[in-house]
Design a protein around this ligand. Structure first.
Ligand code: PHB
Length: 390
């Protein structure tokens, strides 16, 4: 009989003598995180950045959140809302995840929120801006580390008016994110004295923009507001420039238009003004450390999606620490997260009663390969959380 045998027996005997279950001496069960993100399609790169950011934070915390090691289950949601309910049900019922993390597309995020609300499963949304997620669908167990669609739309609307533009056309994909960002833009722009004179859309994820660009040229607004992201944003910014519009009708957008896309957009993006809760060249110790660690780990530059993934993990850690790793204690989790100040690479922010970030929106201008900060479009902007009775 060797020593280690004796000592293990002795420990078990001692635990039994104290009427303590032996299981208590073991490590807690792993925390199962269900990643529901796009791995294919126009938003594929966004999904990768979110996952990278999340994992970077986890590594910084020694691989644990709330005292539990983490295990991932992944689903490619294809940014397809028609498959979203099935996908999220699989994560909850088949894989028994403790927490849902997703998604990028507003329609997918709303489907996830619906199932999360019904089942009570903890959910952290690291992008999808659908206003309803922290509005009419708000719930004690649903959180967002990103933004509501209204927020960056409203911020750039105010900034465009402040630049002296009086009329604007809007162009975006016809789905919740496009509709709601354009609506937020219109509210911000018209409150500040502007007038939206043309509203153009095309179905998600189409990228044939010629018909709409011809309409913009004919309408001659002072400026254009747009929301596209990922692969679609790359093509739109190039086509806008290619159609010769950039010189005569300045292009504005929510920052997704130029975030993580500048390499591919090249000179076509130069000078474009956007509003977003992140920017290049913030040059704070917090952001510099984050960017250095991210580049080292993944051999690419971080963007807003990486930050949102990082902060999703951060919020999860803060909440789970407060409830000693018990992901079912959503009330305790919520109390801790809404009291916290999140020390994000974007700058510090807090979480509203409806569980959406209250944060600064930077005014950014593309210069070379960077979205340089040129001002603050809106300070500590809170989503109005219309329809949330929490
Ligand atoms: C969304 O569908 O909510 C969405 C997608 C991509 C973005 C921003 C918002 O970059």
């Amino acid at each position: 009989m060797n020593i280690s045998h004796i000592s293990r027996r002795a420990v078990i005997a001692a635990a039994a003598a104290l009427a303590m279950p032996v299981a208590m001496a073991q490590a807690p069960a792993k925390l199962k995180v269900g990643f529901m993100l796009p791995a294919t399609g126009t938003f594929a790169a966004l999904g990768t950045a979110i996952e990278n950011g999340f994992k970077l934070y986890l590594t910084e915390k020694g691989g644990k959140l709330g005292g539990r090691e983490v295990e991932f289950v992944k689903v490619d949601d294809e940014s397809d809302p028609s498959k979203a309910i099935d996908n999220v049900n699989k994560l909850i019922k088949r894989d028994n995840v403790d927490v849902l993390v997703g998604s990028v597309h507003s329609g997918v995020a709303m489907a996830m929120a619906k199932v999360a609300k019904e089942s009570g499963t903890l959910m952290i949304n690291p992008n999808g801006g659908a206003d309803a997620v922290t509005g009419a669908m708000c719930a004690v167990n649903i959180f967002r580390s990103s933004f509501s669609n209204w927020q960056p739309g409203f911020a750039i609307g105010q900034a465009m008016a402040a630049k002296g533009h009086k009329t604007a056309a809007t162009i975006t994909w016809k789905y919740a994110a496009g509709d709601e960002m354009a609506k937020g833009f219109k509210e911000g722009f018209e409150k500040a004295g502007g007038k939206v004179t043309k509203e153009l859309t095309l179905p998600f994820p189409n990228v044939e923009f010629q018909a709409q660009l011809t309409e913009i040229a004919a309408a001659k607004p002072n400026a254009v507001f747009s929301f596209f992201a990922g692969g679609g944003a790359v093509k739109f910014v190039k086509d806008y420039d290619g159609a010769g519009l950039k010189k005569t009708i300045p292009l504005f957008g929510t920052g997704f238009l130029t975030d993580g896309t500048l390499e591919a957009q090249g000179a076509s993006a130069e000078g474009v003004l956007t509003a977003l809760h992140y920017a290049d060249g913030l040059n704070t110790p917090r952001d510099n450390a984050f960017r250095l660690a991210y580049v080292k780990a993944f051999k690419m530059q971080p963007d807003v999606y990486a930050v949102q993934g990082y902060d999703a993990a951060q919020m999860l850690g803060i909440g789970l620490d407060a409830v000693k790793g018990d992901a079912k204690n959503t009330a305790g989790f919520a109390a801790a997260v809404t009291k916290a100040t999140i020390d994000s690479p974007r700058g510090k922010f807090t979480i509203s009663k409806a569980h959406n970030p209250i944060q600064d929106f930077y005014l950014r201008q593309v210069s070379g390969k960077e979205n340089k900060v040129v001002g603050i479009a809106s300070k500590a902007l809170a989503d109005p959380a219309r329809g949330c009775n929490m």
